[in-house]
Design a protein around this ligand. Structure first.
Ligand SMILES: *Cc1c(COP(=O)(O)O)cnc(C)c1O
Length: 417
């Protein structure tokens, strides 16, 4: 069970709205920092230091990335703009992981120039990287465990995923890179998303540790790190429970002792590239109810839409909803909570039991701190909102302004009409 709380009172949020009209996303800096520290503590046993490379796609805001940098996180990028954003935040060299797929040459070139850790998605990318940028000293490969012959009840069907190298390709890949002069090596996999089962991550670690032992022997290389990917889930629903990070840290430590230490290998760093669990629960989309409508169903129309948060419409994802003006009311009303797109799936909730909502109420949508603002789009001429930072002292900083119509028209040249 997870209590769905908000980090502000009704009075506080109304004072904020006086300065910054709804809709906006607001991120809780204190909670983000505390969570990051807890994550690092759970892995404090890692020799050479644990690191999470924050998946920039989850929340590509440089002010948030700067906070995360201060907490020791790096950045996980998969496009040129994400690399440039990381550079602007002051992240350097191996604080950046470049985990891309179907990668354009210019992106490899930029990652190479930045000295980022390059994580190759395919064996054919070796000559492609060599031609577009060069052979780096440090190289990582993304493993796709495929149908997992030994059977693994936890890890689903990686063979359906477009990512990564097969097992035999991995051995060849490291051999080729060694011949081409690479000196330092990493191994990566990521086979799940929004996963709440802690054993999943322990299994993933075991898979990689075993492989490190095997490849080290057979190819004659030394691994510097394994990257367990992202995918730690968050409890979007009140009946769900957050992943027990301490459990994950301890059990991965045990697996490390049973494999890496037992094989007498040199110390191996363990890193991850989580995005969602780093910022997801600490962001809130703050909106105003602007219409109520009663036809065959009861509707609440908000001043936000899919452009501000796509997950419910895209995957039917649950996001908890709080009416700041009726927090203690009984959930006796069944509503569809909608946005204004001319798309019937533009709904934040369907048949949701909520307390009575009135026009003008402040409606907060929870867990929008990752894959929220970032997925926004301009369909139907809808503009993306501002992003605000709620600081530990209770003050608020605007960390991205709302889009204007000029932004929407910026790619058009009206003078030639
Ligand atoms: C999306 C992604 C992540 C982050 O996933 P979260 O679910 O946000 O933790 C990490 N690595 C790669 C390669 C990704 O594509």
């Amino acid at each position: 069970m997870t209590e769905k709380k908000v980090p502000f009172t009704t009075e506080q949020i109304k004072a904020i709205i006086k300065d910054y009209p709804t809709p906006f996303h607001i991120y809780d800096e204190k909670a983000i920092r505390e969570n990051a520290r807890r994550f690092y503590k759970a892995f404090s046993w890692v020799p050479g230091g644990f690191k999470d490379y924050f998946a920039v796609k989850a929340l590509p805001n440089p002010y948030i990335m700067k906070i995360l940098k201060e907490e020791g996180l790096g950045a996980d990028c998969s496009s040129l703009p994400e690399l440039v954003l990381s550079e602007k935040v002051g992240l350097k060299g191996e604080d950046i992981m470049f985990t891309s797929n179907d990668t354009p040459a210019a992106e490899y070139k930029k990652a190479y120039e930045l000295g980022a850790v390059i994580n190759l998605d395919d064996i054919s990318h070796i000559p492609f990287l060599e031609k577009s940028a060069g052979i780096p000293e440090l190289i990582c490969f993304r493993y796709n465990p495929g149908p997992l012959k030994e059977g693994n009840a936890i890890i689903g069907k990686p063979e359906e995923a477009k990512y990564g190298l097969t097992r035999s390709q991995l051995f060849d890949g490291y051999r080729i890179m060694k011949e081409k002069g690479a000196k330092r090596f990493g191994l990566h996999t990521m086979v799940a998303s929004n996963e709440l089962n802690p054993d999943y991550f322990v299994e993933t670690a075991k898979l990689l540790f075993d492989l490190v032992v095997e490849i080290s022997k057979e190819v004659g290389i030394t691994f510097e790190f394994v990257n367990l990917g992202g995918g730690i889930g968050i409890p979007y629903k009140p009946e769900q429970t957050a992943v027990d990070l301490e459990y994950v840290g301890e059990h991965i430590h045990q697996a490390y002792k049973d494999t890496i230490e037992k094989a007498g290998l040199p110390p191996l760093k363990v890193v991850m590239e989580c995005g969602r669990m780093i910022t997801g629960p600490y962001g809130y989309l703050v909106t105003t109810a602007i219409h109520t409508k009663d036809t065959y169903k009861h509707y609440i129309g908000l001043d936000a839409c899919m452009a501000n948060l796509m997950r419910p419409a895209l995957y039917g994802a649950y996001h908890h909803i709080t009416d700041m003006d009726n927090q203690d009311g009984k959930p006796d009303f069944i509503y569809d909570v909608t946005g204004s797109l001319c798309e019937n799936n533009d709904k934040f909730a369907i048949d949701r039991a909520l307390p009575e909502i009135k026009v003008g109420d402040i409606i907060v949508i929870h867990d929008t701190g990752a894959h929220g603002y970032a997925m926004g789009f301009n369909y139907n001429g809808k503009l993306r909102s501002a992003e605000l930072l709620l600081k530990p002292d209770g003050s608020v900083e605007k960390i991205r302004r709302a889009e204007t119509m000029d932004d929407y028209f910026a790619t058009l040249d009206f003078s030639r009409l």
